[in-house]
Design a protein around this ligand. Structure first.
Ligand code: FMN
Length: 225
């Protein structure tokens, strides 16, 4: 081997070594990037009200299979379950984190029976095991009107959490109907700054509602209308 050949051979070996080191250093990063998000070792411990915070149903399945349920069995819904649903409600995002929501838990059959008298689409309500009225507190909202999206997020969390636990429920709306709002305000003695958004009757379903794929590409607009 000539002196020139020896020099080029040394240079090549040096470059190959460097490439190997880069590969070894870079591999864990590449490997990590190709993995699904870890079930974070540093995830906070979720303290619940006595029943597990994990339901066994994954998030996407919960979202896609939730349907409105208006027929409920006689099986009771425990206070611990209701508390967990309220905990899920209060995990929702709100404008400026004001948490401008309030909740009324109603089990009294006599109270529930009166709701269809001022709400034309609530005949399923008296048959539930328990209902959660989701309200907004206008004294707490970030800006006038924010109680509506704040409360809606909480209501949606209740519906999804309930479904994931095998319960059924349905958004039964008060907002934006003045007559229904006046009816529930009177029935429950709601103060003026407490705005009823929706009542969610809950129970174990006796009907099985089919999954619906509602994805419509025509509803999606990219960059501009
Ligand atoms: C804002 C809003 C208001 C609703 N109001 C009522 C209601 O007053 N009574 C009722 O039985 N269902 C009500 N629903 C339930 C809808 O009818 C139901 O979500 C819709 O038909 C879609 O069916 P799904 O929930 O099974 O996907 C309401 C839902 C929303 C989001």
């Amino acid at each position: 081997m000539t002196k020139l050949h020896r020099k080029s051979f040394k240079k090549m070996m040096g470059l190959a070594g460097l490439a190997l080191i880069c590969l070894l250093l870079g591999a864990p990063a590449v490997f990590a990037a190709s993995q699904p998000p870890a079930a974070a070792a540093d995830a906070p411990e979720i303290v619940t009200t006595g029943i597990p915070a994990t339901s066994g149903m994954d998030t996407l399945t919960t979202i896609f299979t939730r349907r409105s349920v208006r027929k409920y069995s006689d099986k009771p819904v425990s206070d611990a379950t209701v508390k967990l649903l309220l905990q899920a409600a209060m995990a929702a995002p709100t404008a400026k984190n004001t948490q401008s929501w309030e909740f009324v838990v109603i089990r009294d059959k006599n109270t529930l029976a009166q709701i269809p008298s001022f709400h034309p689409f609530a005949k399923h309500v008296p048959n539930c095991q328990v209902a959660i009225l989701v309200c907004g507190n206008t004294k707490l909202e970030a800006t006038k009107g924010h109680w509506v999206p704040d409360g809606s997020n909480a209501a949606m969390n209740i519906l999804l959490a309930a479904h994931s636990l095998g319960l059924g429920g349905v958004w039964t709306t008060f907002y934006p109907y003045e007559d229904r709002t006046a009816g529930i305000r009177k029935l429950l003695n709601l103060p003026d700054h407490i705005m009823p958004l929706t009542i969610i009757p809950l129970g174990y379903p006796v009907e099985k509602r089919a999954y619906q794929d509602r994805f419509s590409p025509a509803k999606v607009h990219y960059e501009k209308w």
